[in-house]
Design a protein around this ligand. Structure first.
Ligand code: GLC
Length: 665
């Protein structure tokens, strides 16, 4: 059951597809304090709280304070309160069970037992909220109802389930050719290479550097002949430069965000001074979406949208002010306070909260200050693209994922988990975000495998890939200046070939589970707590996940570990895929086990009476045979049944019943 409560004058976000009637009377479970603009729920000791999509810390969010505030912050540390997305949905699971979604585009705080252990408090920065309370049979049912409310998740093309190689600093087409050649020569499967900002002419959206990437359409064709998709990045800021058509046209038509006085708001990002298209204005959004045509026409079939919180390096006005203030430090002996003031001035140049109050959107003729709708910007940039793809390429599935997001954006694209680091703890963070994101409709997702910032190590890449082979988006991406981490830079080629190769063997299952999760509003990745709520050990497991119908995964996320403890909520079959191509199977009883997992082993657990369809692999998705399947199964006195979904991966007749086949063993 879904109940809706409206407070004040609600700002339209279009997160919800069909809004139920609002309820009279008071909201259940919460005490409302209008003056403090907050809702409080009194938690029992054993209550667990799930959700919040992309954020730091645990699957169970209890014990910390989170903020919905889309932020460009590359330090995904425990002391952060927000990352790039704003996903205001939580489920309380305990004596009572309910979900709550606060549809509100400004900054919102979820204090989940941080200030007071037993209090869950949601505080808004403005009393204009649309709140949904959802009750159901269990947590999964509550999530399913929520997903029904927000509409079907984006569906990626099948090729986008292949392995992708990316790095910020592929400077020329020849460098990209080399990346492809090395993978092919070594027999490491590959389906896509991502183009970061360097493919553009001086970081200008919808341009190409004709010297370093000459004859792009031809190059794209050459890559496609090798079954490689090129996936260019698009940034939110449009360079301010006379003679650059996107800038000039946007300016002339008044499509950029403006300051209070009506002049364009100028902020610096990669290209230096840039303007932000008013993604919240329908006309501007349509216009921005149409720009993707430039690359679609050259055969591009996938994009990633970046810097769309939007990230701001500095604004013209603030830089001027800071430079003047810095002058006063010249020749001074700086004591502690003055020194901090000095460093604070410089670090406060970027993503400054005050700058988000300096510009305005034109939403259906109403002038709205950006901070009131901050969390909708990245969502609407991706919506601009998604809606344009429907107009420009109605018969094709185009790959799209974004950095910033809000619930609602899940209908137009996936997300990647942003600028993580080559840290062991970030393997675990990657895992923990999967179910929280699935709860909020983001199914096509994954993290920068191997880590984006900091120098990586070979063992970290191997271990991270052993998780990444299961996430819908499987991309190795790293930052300019860090240690190179394409797998061919390392020694253990057999290991990499084996692990990445397994991704292609698991594809029939992974794609089938992905499609079923999307079409049925279910979660592809679930914490054990969702399927085994009565099991007092299972409910606390934070480093294993159920993957679809029949699998459990438990990756290694510690350096030098030879294995790990795994908790089995019931008897399962452990299957070990070894680097020499052999497979070992063992039935393990319910309970705690220490499992040895070498650097090149991939270990999965199959639930009783379940089947996992697999292929014989391939060098790219195109090679994979989705018809002649092999199975790993665990049949424990009964019959195993699997509903296998498969379509051709390119067309859009998703609901056609012919795509589903029931397999019995
Ligand atoms: C941002 C993105 C990252 C990209 C970089 C350069 O930091 O998150 O993925 O490589 O910008 O474009």
């Amino acid at each position: 059951m879904i109940r809706r409560y409206v407070y004040g004058k609600v700002m339209e976000t279009e997160a919800i597809m069909e809004k139920p009637q609002c309820q009279e009377g008071t909201i259940p479970y919460f005490t409302v304090d209008e003056e403090k603009m907050s809702f409080s729920f009194s938690m029992e000791e054993s209550d667990r709280v799930y959700g919040l999509g992309e954020n730091v810390r645990g699957i169970n969010k209890r014990g910390w304070i989170y903020e919905s505030k889309c932020s460009d912050d590359p330090n995904h540390l425990e002391d952060r309160r927000s990352l790039y997305g704003a996903h205001n949905f939580i489920v309380v699971d305990g004596k009572v069970q309910f979900g709550v979604f606060v549809d509100y585009p400004g900054i919102l705080t979820f204090d989940v037992g941080y200030t007071r252990h037993s209090e869950l408090k949601i505080t808004a920065s403005d009393w204009n909220l649309d709140v949904y309370v959802i009750e159901g049979e269990d947590v999964k049912d509550i999530v399913k109802q929520f997903r029904g409310l927000i509409g079907r998740s984006y569906i990626a093309p099948l090729w986008a389930f292949g392995y992708g190689q990316s790095r910020w600093s592929y400077m020329t087409a020849d460098e990209v050719r080399d990346v492809v050649k090395k993978h092919r020569e070594l027999g490491i499967p590959l389906d896509s290479v991502y183009l970061d900002i360097d493919y553009m002419e001086r970081y200008k959206d919808f341009t190409l550097n004709d010297e370093t990437f000459p004859d792009f359409a031809e190059f794209n064709k050459e890559m496609k002949e090798q079954n490689i998709h090129l996936v260019p990045i698009i940034d939110a800021g449009v360079k301010q430069e006379e003679g650059y058509p996107v800038y000039e046209e946007g300016l002339e038509k008044g499509y950029f965000c403006k300051k209070e006085d009506g002049t364009p708001f100028v902020a610096a990002v990669w290209p230096g001074k840039a303007l932000f298209p008013d993604m919240l204005n329908k006309e501007a959004r349509d216009w921005f979406g149409d720009q993707y045509k430039f690359l679609l026409d050259q055969g591009v079939e996938g994009f990633w949208n970046d810097m769309n919180e939007p990230a701001i390096f500095y604004t013209e006005d603030r830089l001027k002010d800071v430079l003047e203030k810095l002058d006063t430090f010249k020749g001074k002996n700086l004591d502690l306070n003055r020194f901090w003031e000095f460093t604070g001035l410089v670090s406060g140049l970027s993503n400054n909260v005050e700058d988000y109050k300096m510009f305005y959107h034109n939403i259906n003729g109403e002038k709205v200050r950006h901070d009131r709708v901050h969390n909708l910007f990245g969502y609407n940039m991706t919506r601009a693209a998604g809606e344009a793809f429907e107009r420009l390429e109605p018969d094709k599935r185009i790959l799209m994922f974004s950095r910033s997001s809000y619930v609602g954006m899940h209908r137009y694209g996936g997300i990647w988990q942003g600028d993580n680091k080559s840290w062991w703890s970030h393997i675990l963070l990657n895992l923990k975000m999967m179910p929280s994101l699935n709860m909020c409709g983001f199914i096509y997702t994954g993290a920068d495998l191997g880590g984006f910032g900091s120098d990586t190590t070979e063992d970290l890449v191997l271990r991270w890939l052993a998780l990444g082979i299961f996430t819908p988006l499987m991309r190795n991406h790293s930052a300019m200046g860090t240690r190179v981490q394409e797998v061919y830079r390392f020694e253990n080629m057999d290991g990499f070939r084996h692990i990445i190769g397994l991704r292609y063997r698991f594809l029939p299952y992974l794609y089938s589970e992905y499609m079923k999760a999307v079409l049925r509003d279910e979660m592809m990745f679930r914490p054990l707590a969702f399927d085994y709520p009565q099991d007092s050990h299972a409910v606390n497991v934070e480093d294993q996940l159920l993957l679809g119908d029949g699998l459990m995964i438990a990756p290694v996320y510690e350096q030098n570990a030879e294995g790990r403890y795994v908790y089995l909520p019931e008897k399962m079959k452990m299957v070990r895929f070894k680097v020499d191509g052999t497979t070992e199977e063992e039935i393990l009883e319910a309970g705690h086990h220490y499992v040895n997992i070498s650097l090149t082993d991939v270990v999965v657990f199959v639930r009783p009476n379940h089947l996992i369809p697999m292929s014989s692999g391939g060098q790219c998705v195109e090679d994979v045979d989705f018809e002649n399947l092999q199975y790993i199964s665990y049949i424990d006195n009964g019959e195993a049944v699997y509903e296998y979904y498969h379509d051709n991966g390119y067309e859009k007749d998703y609901e056609n019943p012919e795509h589903i086949r029931v397999i019995r063993m």
